[in-house]
Design a protein around this ligand. Structure first.
Ligand SMILES: Cc1cc2nc3c(=O)[nH]c(=O)nc-3n(C[C@H](O)[C@H](O)[C@H](O)COP(=O)(O)OP(=O)(O)OC[C@H]3O[C@@H](n4cnc5c(N)ncnc54)[C@H](O)[C@@H]3O)c2cc1C
Length: 264
């Protein structure tokens, strides 16, 4: 089973600033890491490879520094790495990002599964996975909390719902997005980290993907951030007293009234 996993490098914390003119995130100074749900997608892909054979190829679109996310993927067990990078991709919204990712995966080879995280911790739209499926004309399942088996050309899993789950099945090839926390991503070993540093990275630029210039980057992005703001910080401390059950009741009504609660 050949599996592509789309992984995104994101800022380590929410402590990133927003450019007041472009309203985009200023990422340069932030420390970056692998998007948490993508570590879950990678773990699922590597477990499937261990069960059914094949290979795992990690794809990331970003600046050259996004190579770091690929090295993390390799240290976890990804077999091959693809960095999709080109100045013309800068400013891509979810549609343009998905278009580029789909073109890169399609150019690289045939895959039985394309996995992604259910959402990123910075943009957090959750749109990219389903959009990749649309561009590749493949079926998709979102927010999976487990993959149970691959049998008779189909994959069976459990989709997350607010109060439980649903057994679902999809015909392969397909795109899946994995919920954050659906499994325990394996920790790279010292040896696997050293080996990951030496792994070859295939680079795809737009010369390789041959997408029209007006289909990528800012000009290929129909959505635009027109304003951004930080939540107003209020300091309305309240001391609640009573039994644990009474305090829980009071907290519940404060939440129902629309208050943001921080418990110290
Ligand atoms: C308010 C706001 C400001 C933004 N500012 C910037 C900015 O300054 N600079 C900038 O570059 N982008 C910026 N973007 C975001 C840009 O549009 C997203 O990086 C991109 O479109 C992915 O959207 P997402 O993070 O919502 O993905 P989601 O749909 O939430 O991601 C789901 C999954 O798709 C996959 N995926 C997503 N993006 C990639 C990727 N690049 N490579 C590989 N896999 C991926 C991952 O598996 C991820 O878990 C901003 C978005 C918003 C909402």
């Amino acid at each position: 089973m050949n599996i592509a996993v789309c992984i995104k490098q994101v800022p380590v914390s929410n402590n990133v600033s927003v450019d007041p003119v472009t309203h985009s995130l200023v990422r340069d100074s932030a420390e970056n890491t692998l998007n948490p749900a993508d570590a879950n997608a990678l773990e699922e892909a590597i477990s499937l490879k261990e069960r059914y054979g094949g290979k795992v190829v990690a794809f990331t679109m970003g600046p050259p520094a996004a190579d770091k996310a690929l090295r993390t993927a390799a240290a976890m067990g990804a077999d091959e790495l693809v960095l999709i990078t080109d100045r013309v991709f800068a400013g891509s919204d979810t549609l343009a990002t998905a278009r580029v990712l789909a073109a890169s995966v399609g150019r690289y080879g045939a895959f039985d599964l394309i996995l992604a995280g259910s959402e990123s911790s910075d943009g957090a739209t959750g749109q990219v996975g389903p959009m990749i499926a649309e561009f590749m004309a493949l079926p998709h399942l979102t927010e999976l909390k487990s993959v149970e088996a691959v049998e008779a050309g189909c994959l069976r899993g459990v989709k997350k719902f607010k109060n439980g789950g649903a057994q679902v099945r999809v015909r392969l090839p397909a795109v899946l997005t994995l919920s954050y926390g659906c499994n325990e991503p394996r920790l790279p070993t010292f040896a696997s980290q050293i080996a990951a540093k030496k792994k070859n990275v295939t680079v795809h630029t737009n010369e390789d993907l041959a997408l029209p210039g007006d289909a990528v980057g800012l000009s290929g992005s129909p959505t635009e951030v027109i304003d951004s703001f930080e939540p107003e910080k209020k300091k309305n401390a309240a001391f609640l007293s009573g039994s644990p059950a009474e305090i829980a009741e009071k907290i519940l009504s404060l939440i129902e009234e629309g208050n943001n609660i921080v418990i110290r």
